[in-house]
Each structure stands twice: as C-alpha cells, then as structure tokens.
Design a protein around this ligand. Structure first.
Ligand code: ATR
Length: 287
C-alpha cells in the first residue's frame, strides 16, 4: 500500500517541500507519496481527521495553521509546546503527535552551513511570529547570552519574551524592542553577533517583496546575517549585508533541514539531506 504524507497550508502555490520530500522518499525506495493539501481554514478539522487513517504517516504544517492545529492533535511534543507552534505531525497508530522541527532546522543550518556556534552570543531577531518563536527558543536552548526580539508590533515581541521567561531560557537574557525605523534599534544591532530576519519583508510574492528590513549602513561587518526567507535565494537583506561586508546565510538550508527532521519522524530513516538540498535548489531556480 502506498503511504501518504502531505503539507497543509493556505495558500500553498509556492511550496517546494513536495519536490525535495518526494525525491528523498524515492531515493530511500519508500512507497510514500507526498501531496500538497491547500486547505481553507474552515476545512482544517476535516484534513486532521483524515490523517488518522492507516495510509497516512503524517504531515507538514505551514502558514496559517501552525498554531491553530495544536488543539486538534492528541499529543504535543515538549519543544513544540514551549514554542507554541507545530510544523510537523506524525500519525502514531491513529494518535496524532505534533512536533516543531523548525527550531532544529534553524540551528543545524546555522552550525553546518555558516559554521556559527550560537553559545554565548548576542542575537537580534527581527519579527515575532511563529518562525521567530522557533528561532528564539532554538537560540535560547543553544546557550545564547542575550536575545533581542524586535518587532513592528511591540506587544507581540513582549509576549514572546514573556513566554521565553516562563518556559525556561537557561542562561539567556531576553529583551523586547519596538521597531519603528533603523535608528530605533541601532544600539542593539551594533553589539550583536547574529541578526536573524523572520519577517516576510523581502519575500517573493509577499507584500514587501524587494524591500530589505535593514540597509547596509545599519549592519555591522562582524555580524552573521541570517535571513530565513528562502525565496529569493539571495534576499534584499542579504544583498545589503554583503555590501556591509558581513557574512550571510539564506533560508533554504533551514527549510531542507526542518523537512529532513520531519522525514525522520515519519519514517525512522536517515534523511538524504544532500540530495534534498540539491532538489530544493533546483526547484527554486525553476521558479
Ligand atoms: P510567521 O509565522 O511566518 O512568522 P507571522 O506570524 O505572520 O508569520 O509573522 C510575520 C512577522 O513579520 C511579524 O513579526 C510581523 O510583524 P507584526 O507582528 O508587526 O505584524 C512581521 N512583518 C510582516 N510584514 C512586515 C513589515 N512590512 N515590516 C515589518 N515587519 C513585518
């Protein structure tokens, strides 16, 4: 029997997960089909129920369902509960278990591709949505010394800081800062080792496509600038960072590594990450 895995989101037109996940299943000779389930929010419950069937191994979850899917599941893994978002669901004999592999994907890319060890560093996270939550918990758990959460809507940044404080951040000190313009965050940007963009600014097909959240003049050359936006491969922020002489990391390795971790939860097999990365790059280049 062909087993089924899917990705649920809305809209889903631009997802490249089916390409690199299917390539990985085929490479491992697994009889699994990866499907894209573009789902209107009112149909979420129906899809989740279907997932309990014995042909379904699980699913990836993307915008706008990472938080609202949680109460529909039977069990939530500890890290996903702390982050407050699920991006992977595994069907364990009819019981649906929620995980968050974004945090692990973020860290693995940071270490393996950029060679950056976040322990004892100072980080600035731009944004306070679901992606920012995964990044903030990942950095806190990895031993970052200080984390600034910067957001256009200060309340959301403050809520994330409160959650980090409540759910254990080991040695990190965390601060929320409003983001009105570059001047409002210049002091913290100047002292940081790592800048992570988790906002949709610069994202292809997004409302602020072609815009950069920071200009070259705002970016210190000693920082690593990590844009988790993966389309385009080189975002406007990364162009500015390069102009500033800073090192850069794009979002594609994180996307692939979170997918690799999900595949391992569904199949118990080691994911062929090199192949998945190559297929993701090809898919992105095709547009
Ligand atoms: P995700 O789950 O992918 O993180 P999200 O929850 O919609 O998505 O969060 C998007 C983030 O990008 C938010 O921090 C948002 O800021 P607000 O909380 O103020 O809405 C940020 N964002 C989106 N567009 C932005 C823009 N034009 N300028 C600054 N921040 C922006």
């Amino acid at each position: 029997m062909t087993m089924i895995v899917g990705i649920i989101g809305f809209p889903l037109k631009h997802t490249i997960s089916p390409v690199f996940q299917q390539a990985a299943f085929d490479h491992l000779h697994l009889d699994i089909r990866y499907e894209a389930w573009e789902t209107e929010p009112q149909d979420l419950g129906k899809i989740v129920e279907q997932l309990r069937g014995n042909r379904y191994l699980g699913m990836n979850v993307t915008v706008p369902f990472k938080e609202v899917v949680m109460p529909l599941l039977d069990k939530i893994d500890d890290l996903a509960r702390r982050i407050g978002a699920v991006n992977t669901v595994a069907n364990r004999a009819g019981l649906l278990v929620g995980f968050n592999t974004d945090a692990a994907g973020f860290l693995r890319a940071l270490r393996a591709v950029a060679g950056f060890e976040p322990g004892h560093t100072v980080a600035v996270i731009l944004g306070s949505g679901g992606a920012a939550r995964a990044v903030a918990f990942a950095l806190a758990d990895a031993g970052a010394r200080r984390i600034y959460i910067v957001n256009r809507t200060l309340k959301r940044a403050e809520a994330l800081v409160a959650d980090l404080a409540l759910n254990g951040v080991s040695g990190a000190t965390v601060f929320a800062r409003p983001w009105t313009d570059a001047g409002s965050i210049r002091d913290i940007i100047e002292e940081c080792d790592l800048i992570v963009n988790t906002t949709s600014v610069g994202m292809k097909h997004g409302p602020a496509e072609l815009r950069s959240p920071l200009e070259a003049g705002d970016i210190p050359s000693r920082a690593l600038v990590y844009d988790i936006v993966y389309n385009p491969g080189v975002t406007p922020l990364l162009v500015e960072a390069t102009k500033a002489g800073a090192r850069t990391l794009g979002g594609l390795p994180m996307l692939v590594y979170q997918g690799a971790a999900a595949l391992e939860l569904w199949t118990g097999k080691e994911a062929p990450v090199g192949l998945m990365l190559a297929k993701a790059q090809e898919a992105l280049a095709r547009g």
